[in-house]
Ligand binder design. Sequence first.
Ligand SMILES: Cc1ncc(COP(=O)(O)O)c(C=O)c1O
Length: 476
Amino acid sequence: MSAQLNLYENLADELGTLIAGRVFAPGDRLPSIRHLSQQKRLSISTVMQALRLLEDRGLIDARPQAGFYVRHRARTMAEAAPAERLDAPGYVGISNLLMKVLKANESPGIVQLGSAWPPDELLPVRRIQKAIATVARRQPAMLSRETCVDGNETNFTRQVIRRSLDWGRIDPAEIVITNSCTEAISLCLRAVAKPGDTIAIESATYFVILQLIESLGMKALEIPTDPRTGLSLDALELALREGLVDACLFIPNANNPLGTIMPEQNKKRLAALLSEHDVPLIEDDVFGDLCFTADRPWPIKAYDTSGNVMLCSSFSKAITPAARVGYVAGGKFAERLAFLKMVSSGTTSHFFQAVLSEFFVGSSYDIQLRKMRRALVQRIAQMSDAILRYFPEDCSVSEPQGGLVLWIRMPEGVDALALHEGAMRKGIAIMPGPLFSASGKFGNYMRLNCGNAWSPGIEGAVKSLGELVYRAGERT
Ligand SMILES: Cc1ncc(COP(=O)(O)O)c(C=O)c1O
């Protein structure tokens, strides 16, 4: 046993030295397990133990179906702000600015590093075309189907339930099919909070969440996050104890923009905290299927025994955003959600629910997910490498565990909103950091979309952005 221990420790040390000496530089792929086993005449399990040890030491990362890669350590993000530094809840006012930025970003011919949409080439477009044709031919009634009250297509809700079996089971009675994840979140906010109430959110968070809170006249309470583990539970606990929070709205799996996955023990503690304080949680799990971990991470709903958690998601990111089909598993708020859905937008397209059901029956969603995850891991690594190459030394980059975006901290004093204008003049769309905060934080941050296939055009755009950041840094 101790000889075995030495063998894997020796190999880990040897690889660690090669990494420190940059023989294997950040972003490089290590030789495969089989190759190392043959080269070092060690068993596969010894090599795997060595690689796990290097992972524990924070030197490498496993990327599913891709191998082990040297971690970008020197330029990754610093720890979160201390828990005791909580801002007061406040009204949100980003909408005018956000609409201006989104409109500019949609100008034709732009290099799209702004919005986080998956490119067509990664989506199963052919299989969707086939599913549309099959439903139109075999179920023509779907082309005109409408209902007043029960808008859920049974076959589609069955698929949603099947996908939940890995972590528990969604009750069919709690499902409301919605027009995408955005509508699901909007309904949840209206179901559990009223104007003037306070919604705890991650800092930073997805700008549409802020916009929804703003449009409903609610306040946001920004809870600090750690760049590796996400939401600070200590900070949230403090806010809950002080009675500051009416509802929570978090993205625990592949948070947007940080890409963090909340560790499972934190999810458990969060579910218990919310139950103890009887505070509802709106859980945005839209990127849950696109996490890079070996197993799909569980939602917080898996740990909820109180019915307080409303799980929101859609198939916009991995099948097609055009169907606008999402859902909420609403726990004890399901009835209210169903009512709000009916009076807000009637039912969600029965035709597209049937198309997605047909897609699930006729082809493998898991194969689609594997293909997307593999591509996204590689594209994020390529973008991350380019940022390290072209941006100033004192920039740091997130290490997403899922999704398709990178979050970048630029030198203090660089104005991301001015940088957005400079980038637009060069035909490049980015998302400036302040749009991810209710109170104008992250002035020197930006988010980049990594979904597109790496190309000289994208590399050129990252290089131009780097030059803009250098110039902005010189002026500060
Ligand atoms: C975290 C998060 N939630 C929800 C959405 C929106 O999903 P949908 O298109 O299904 O409304 C997005 C889209 O970018 C997102 O990033």
